[in-house]
Design a protein around this ligand. Structure first.
Ligand code: HEM
Length: 490
């Protein structure tokens, strides 16, 4: 009997030693070699070899309590606003305070994009997320011109309004719909119209289908084995590239024939990219054009589709905010000259309360949970060292759920935006030279949708207790199964 206890004791002891050895592998590989500099690292725990902290991250974000991941880090290491971890295959630092996030995002000398390899492979090596600084600046200026500014947005407003009105009407006749799925289709049509002009319905449907699969793998583990999300997403990327290639070929052929395509009007983003020439006379290759288009079309519909769904969802669940938001729209209509058909950009810019509703939705949902950077040099943030080459994850969710900035942060309350927010306190679109170039367009789309929804419609959720999923993006598990109905008095 005594020898049995001895064997159990020895096994338990060996397991403890093994655990402690394994727990020190990442320290040995990444911290020890920093020498004395390791003592300036932020507090934290680099987890297990290879997987690092990914298991705890995925467990939390696949549960109903995603914030348990950061909460447990803060509980163990204190509220320093900066922590070392090992995530997405790299030694990394998570920053959670407004000041630290702002510093990282606005300091291009010390930080560059540092997205996980899986994201780069799916979105494209030649897209903005991997592009050198100067090239990024040039192409960003070129491409964002077509989605920013008064003139461009006024042109799109007409199309957005038409498609919003017809979609809402159609949905009332469809009965049960997955509201999120329909919203994503709607924002996809808008972005295709803006970037590719009039592509045929089958091309559009094929693109939309492939993007849905692509996105499922963006935050998944990089396991390229049949059956895993990342593998499926890689296949979807291949299909997307083939579709975009056929569009580029068609455009180039039209140019060779020197004939305008039938029915083609203004120059769209694809044309601008084909025509672009740098200071050395170099034109972009097909692979570069395709990666930039693939990135823009993805960034340009998933986020706005999700946020519009959530804003509608929150308004419907909070009758007092619904009433207030509707009142603003009704008042605006009353003040509008009777001869005016449809919305103008000036009208949208005057929707102050609706703007608060949208900002609050973006805060509570935090569609981009974090963005990724890589340190180009050893750099100090909040008094701690971020070593050269380490990744930095700006954890927007912690900024947006900070109870010192937003009282009762888990509650939806547009009044949170009656206060002017300081730089860094509200980062739905990031900051610095990588600030989302589609921010104005996104707010315009969401505002136009909510304007028409509030005036005439309501959302009846069929499964109001549907659980919420947080990866790859926050959404109701049933994609918001609902009926869109006409309001009784409307
Ligand atoms: C509510 C909607 C949206 C949200 C929450 C959102 C969020 C973001 C965030 C946080 C970034 C910063 C990434 C970084 O710092 O690395 C970003 C970048 C970007 N967004 Fe958006 N976005 C939205 C809508 C759009 C739309 C409508 C478009 C296109 C028309 C777009 C195109 C892009 C592009 C191309 C980038 C990369 C910019 C660069 O690296 O220079 N986004 N977005």
């Amino acid at each position: 009997m005594a020898s049995l206890w001895f064997i159990f004791g020895a096994i338990a002891g060996a397991l403890l030693v093994l655990r402690s050895l394994l727990k020190n592998v990442n320290w040995f590989l990444y911290e020890a070699k920093l020498g004395d500099k390791q003592y300036s690292l932020p507090p934290g725990d680099m987890g297990w070899p290879i997987i690092g902290n990914m298991w705890s991250f995925l467990r939390a974000f696949k549960s109903s309590k995603p914030d348990s991941f950061m909460d447990s880090i803060v509980k163990r290491f204190g509220n320093t606003g900066i922590y070392k971890v090992f995530m997405f295959g790299f030694p990394s630092v998570i920053v959670t305070s407004p000041e630290a996030c702002k510093k990282v995002l606005t300091d291009d000398e010390n930080f560059e994009p540092g997205w996980p390899q899986s994201t780069v492979e799916l979105i494209g090596e030649k897209s903005f997320i991997k592009m050198p600084f100067e090239e990024h600046r040039r192409l960003r200026r070129l491409t964002s011109a077509s989605i920013n500014g008064y003139e461009a947005l006024s042109v799109y407003l007409k199309y957005i309004e038409e498609i919003v009105i017809s979609s809402l009407e159609k949905w009332t006749q469809m009965g049960e719909i997955e509201f999120l799925t329909q919203m994503r289709k709607l924002t996809f049509k808008i972005i295709i119209h803006i970037f590719l002009g009039s592509e045929s319905e089958p091309v559009m449907e094929a693109l939309e289908r492939e993007y849905t699969v692509l996105n499922l793998g963006v935050r998944a583990m990089r396991i390229n084995i049949p059956g895993f999300a990342f593998h499926k997403s890689l296949k979807a990327r291949k299909n997307l590239v083939a579709i975009f290639q056929s569009i580029v070929d068609k455009r180039r052929n039209e140019r060779r024939g020197k004939e305008p395509a039938p029915g083609k009007k203004a120059k769209d983003m694809m044309d601008s990219l084909i025509d672009a020439v740098d200071e050395n006379g170099r034109k972009l290759g097909d692979d570069e054009i395709i990666d930039i288009m693939l990135m823009y079309l993805n960034a340009g519909h998933e986020s706005s589709g999700h946020i519009t769904m959530w804003a509608t969802y929150f308004l419907q669940r909070h009758p007092e905010f619904f009433r207030k938001a509707k009142e603003e729209q009704v008042e605006m209509l009353k003040r509008r000259p009777p001869s005016q058909k449809g919305l103008k950009l000036e009208d949208v810019r005057k929707m102050e309360y609706l703007s608060k509703v949208i900002d609050e939705t973006m805060r509570v949902v935090t569609f981009s949970l974090m963005v990724f950077r890589q340190a180009r040099n050893d750099v100090k943030v909040n008094g701690y060292l971020i070593p050269k080459g380490w990744r930095v994850l700006t954890w927007f969710r912690s900024v947006h759920f900070d109870s010192e900035l937003y009282p009762d942060p888990r509650e939806f309350n547009p009044e949170n935006f009656s206060v002017v927010r300081k730089a860094g306190e509200f980062l739905p679109f990031g900051a610095g030279t990588r600030l989302c170039p589609g921010n104005d367009l996104a707010k315009l789309e969401i505002s136009v949708f909510l304007h028409h929804f509030l005036l005439k419609y309501e959302l009846e959720q069929l499964n109001p207790k549907s659980p919420i999923r947080f990866l790859p993006h926050t959404r109701p598990l049933d994609n918001c199964l609902a009926r869109i109905k006409k309001q009784e008095a409307a």
